[in-house]
Design a binder for this molecule. Structure first.
Ligand code: NDP
Length: 449
């Protein structure tokens, strides 16, 4: 519970003005609770109105996306782009295509992105976007027409030095290609306006792998520093089977762990011999199929309907990599009962506040999303640098930079938590370290009357 009156007043105002936006409120509340000792310690944040400014997006664009399906019928979706904070660089953040997308989801993701991007140490502000369009079951042609229509409006608001979107749920290499092609057609310019591009037209090596790899680099550093341990020999559960989950599974396995379970929104697979990632990649990346298909191809594996059951599997390390609020208090209790020692978030806000509190009270190491999954956006920023230089680094060069960035994120968060009397609380540490840089920049740049 907040005690600082300034923070209480700003949060009450957010509740009043954004009452129905439950994901956004959840994200703001968590950040405010972490920042209380920082706000208490220095009156300049209140004097400069930093908190009421930081919770208000600089700009929120909502637009109609109309497109024609394969049967010739007109379809209409709603598009969003929130340009939340540009204090330390151009807006940067992914585009999500999923039926659950609404203003609250986009605002929570954009708000989190401000602190995550700051934590990377790179000059990128916070943004996010997407649409309630459901890519499942759509043909290639329908995906292309949707992406083109979406970009027809979005192109008016973005640019390599203004706002640089990337992928997120439902937006991978194929969608970025269609979006980039349409931007180029409309603007007649070849710039790094999107990241996650294909390697033939300006993409960075290791961007596809970056979020999952970065998650494992962070987890490895957390285990090393806080438990003198490592991923080697650990049993790991990874939820999801998309971009983040697949490359988390790959890197964890390379580092000597055994990943025994993965999932999609229908259910989960359990493979006591260790997940055969080549089979998962074939099903999810090539065939765009369902995870249950795995058990028809790999002996000894089982499939269970319902994705939440994945947390009942005994493991040492849990890496939630699917979506927000996928791991609740009951799931956390099961993981703790089964002896989990570390949880690191690959997805954005996958753990509910009850789950986070349960892990922290039980002494389970907990790496929050805005630190643990920042490798994706960090490598996107490296893609921007390469585009500006019109030059490409090798896979090894990008991977080495990613590794260093993740190690720094861990230590900056750890040190910030310690400095403000919350040693070991990586949630608070990430929020504080990310916040301070943005807040200093906002104060330095003044207030526009
Ligand atoms: P993908 O679309 O590649 O994969 C998403 C995965 O999560 C799929 O397995 C999907 O299953 C599952 N999923 C989606 N919604 C739900 C749901 N409501 N319940 C259960 N499972 C669900 O997305 P990404 O891997 O890119 O993103 C996963 C998470 O990581 C998101 O929270 C995203 O914001 C975050 N993230 C991604 C980054 C990136 O670089 N891609 C960077 C930082 C964070 P199904 O196929 O059944 O829908």
């Amino acid at each position: 519970m907040l005690k600082n009156q300034y923070l209480k007043n700003v949060l009450a105002d957010v509740e009043k003005r954004s009452g129905g936006e439950k994901e956004f409120l959840q994200a703001v509340t968590e950040v405010f609770e972490s920042l209380e000792p920082v706000i208490d310690a220095d009156p300049k944040f209140e004097k400069n109105g930093v908190m009421q400014r930081i919770v208000e997006p600089e700009r929120m664009i909502v637009f109609r996306v109309s497109w024609v399906d394969d049967n010739g019928n007109v379809q209409v979706n709603r598009g969003y782009r929130v340009q939340f904070n540009s204090a330390i660089g151009p807006y940067k953040g992914g585009l999500r295509l999923h039926p659950s997308v609404n203003a609250s989801v986009i605002k929570f993701l954009g708000f989190e992105q401000i602190f995550k991007n700051s934590l990377t140490g790179l000059p990128i502000g916070g943004g996010k976007g997407g649409s309630d369009f459901d890519p499942k079951g759509k043909s290639d042609g329908e995906i292309m027409r949707f992406c083109q229509s979406f970009m027809t409006e979005l192109a008016k608001h973005i640019g390599a030095d203004v706002d640089v979107p990337a992928g997120d749920i439902g937006v991978g290499g194929r969608e970025i290609g269609y979006l980039f092609g349409q931007y180029k057609r409309l603007r007649n310019e070849y710039t790094g306006v999107l990241t996650g591009k294909g390697l033939t037209y300006g993409g960075s090596l290791a961007r596809t792998e970056a979020t999952g790899y970065g998650l494992c680099y962070y987890t490895e550093e957390m285990l090393k520093c806080m438990k003198s341990d490592s991923l080697a020999g650990k049993t790991v559960v990874v939820s999801g089977s998309g971009n983040v989950a697949i490359y988390a599974c790959q890197k964890a396995t390379t580092l000597g762990a055994k990943v025994v379970a993965m999932s999609d929104s229908n259910g989960y697979i359990y493979d006591p011999n260790g997940i055969n990632l080549a089979v998962v990649k074939q099903i999810k990346e090539v065939e765009r199929g369902r995870i249950k298909e795995y058990v028809n191809r790999v002996d000894g594996a089982t499939y269970t309907e319902g994705c939440r059951g994945i947390w009942s599997i005994k493991c040492d390390v849990a890496l939630p990599c699917a979506t927000q609020n996928e791991l609740d208090g009951d799931s956390a209790a099961l993981l703790i009962k089964n002896g989990v020692m570390a949880v690191a978030e690959g997805a954005n806000m996958p753990s509910t506040p009850e789950a986070i509190a349960a892990f922290q009270n039980a002494g389970v190491l907990f790496g929050p999303a805005k630190a643990a999954n920042a490798g994706g956006v960090a490598t996107s920023a490296l893609e921007m640098s390469q585009n500006s230089m019109r030059y490409s680094w090798t896979f090894e060069e990008v991977d080495a930079k990613l590794h260093d960035i993740m190690v720094n994120i861990f230590h900056n968060s750890y040190n910030a938590a310690e400095k403000y009397g919350m040693k070991g609380n990586l949630v608070a540490g990430a929020n504080i370290a990310g916040f301070l840089k943005v807040a200093e920049a906002m104060i330095a740049q003044g207030i526009a009357y």
